[in-house]
Design a protein around this ligand. Sequence first.
Ligand SMILES: [Zn+2]
Length: 204
Amino acid sequence: MPTSAPKNSQSADSFTVAAGRLTPAKWVASPNFNPRPDNTVINAIVIHNISLPPNEFSQQDAKGNHYVEALFTNTLDWDAHPYFKTIEGMEVSAHLFIQRDGRVTQFVDFNERAWHAGRSSYLAQAECNDYSIGIELEGSDFQAFTEAQYATLAPVIAAIHQAYPQTRRHLTGHSDIAPGRKTDPGPFFDWAKLRESVSALMRL
Ligand SMILES: [Zn+2]
């Protein structure tokens, strides 16, 4: 092994988490959060998929804002698409959103409680929003995620594990914490590939 291997996008320190923020990441503040309960230990990461309208990617509003960004900032034009009427008034967020090209946006400080999981429970603990970090991947239950998304997601998770060590054993999906109600990240999400990449980064 050379002692100075060239760095690439998968290097363990390509992302860092400090004081509740991921670096590098675009920051867009969402109003949809509240404090975590006192003395909460952040101990889980929940993976989701989202696309607006469903199964369409990279769609933007008239101002050039990604529809998902608009949804998470309560600026989505409910009249812009018939589907949006069905979710009108919904106030949701996630800590992170990873687009098809791998770009990552942070909407909520990790130390605050984002509104991504809804009614849920994990390992007999209800209200996953209280103690989890929510990551939305732009995608659907019907299409594979992109290499660029995995290439971002794995080192981001490794960075979260470094900052919040209790999350290391609790990487889960929305469908696992809200069975019967939620199906994301869906059958095309490659858990084995993700876990392998994260493990490799954690060993570096
Ligand atoms: Zn979800």
